[in-house]
Design a protein around this ligand. Sequence first.
Ligand code: NAD
Ligand code: 89V
Length: 343
Amino acid sequence: MSPPLRGALVGCGFFAVNQLHAWRDVPGVEIVALCDRDIARLALVGDQFGIGRRYIDADALLADGGLDFVDIATTVASHRPLVERVARHRLPVICQKPFAATMDDARAMVAACADAGVPLMVHENFRWQSPIQAVRAVLDRGEIGTPFWGRVSFRSGYDVFAGQPYLAEGSRFIIEDLGIHSLDVARYLFGDVSGLTARTRRVNPAIRGEDVATMLLDHASGATSVVDCSYATTLGEEPFPQTLVEVDGTLGTIRLSAGYRLTVATATGATETDVAPPLLPWAARPWHNIQESVLAIQRHWSECLRAGREPQTSGRDNLKTLALVEAAYASAASLQRIDPDTL
Ligand code: NAD
Ligand code: 89V
């Protein structure tokens, strides 16, 4: 059996705890070191997971070596300096979403890792949620023929600011933080995008950025999709953090509805399946859907690293998702349709 892959995790905040739990469940991977500039957070998380090698500075972590990859779970402002530093040490690297605040920063990180000859994966996990995988499996089996229309929808009134207070502070909010996942799911299900039109609104007066976005995507395949997201939507039953999906194809339809119900309808009838994600032992509702996808993407990373394969959401691939985020903001500002390839 090959020796375990030794990883270091940089950024021990709110979400990193999920990543650390998930790494414990990925066979052949061991997180051997932690880094956070907040010494109290470093101690808390280090003690929780029994990880002794602890650093407040990523340079010191990298200088000490003994690593096979680095997993960056900090917020966006630190992504470029950290990824570039890891690339200088010629180590494979994972970077949380949003990959970058600008396309220039994202391209620079992709180039740094390519020049160093190391793999780079963006932790874009929503496509790895088992209900989304179930939708993709129906498409791949050709059951509904060729998709010509779709909708990827995330509408909620959940208080995300309690766990992630920084989300209330930026001039950009829902597209950059959550819509980025929905746009990636739309790419995953319907393919790359040739044009995007968006409208945004801020409903919650206590935050700076937009909390509602509606986007119309022209896919290169000829399909059209609507990607809509809101954190200003009060519903009878709070669906957070479910992504709902509708697909109309030439031979039938798919509906991924609230409560993780998947309905596939064709000329021969309709079937309804429960595609609820499992509740992992360390997971907690309602986050278990996201938590399971963290395990799935990290398992994918370890398999790709060992096999020398490019991960699905490599830095190179994620440039296309990030371009949709930029296109959405540009379209909302100009009220024009934007071709993401021009950004
Ligand atoms: P957080 O603020 O709770 O944690 C970030 C941690 O990184 C903090 O402890 C901070 O001290 C540390 N840090 C920042 N810069 C550093 C640096 N240069 N060196 C060392 N430590 C540094 O943030 P969070 O809510 O955990 O979010 C982290 C990232 O995860 C964000 O990019 C967020 O968008 C993303 N996120 C992803 C998902 C998902 O499903 N993929 C869900 C939630 C958050
Ligand atoms: O998944 C995320 O990126 C989170 C949340 C679901 C709260 O938007 O920030």
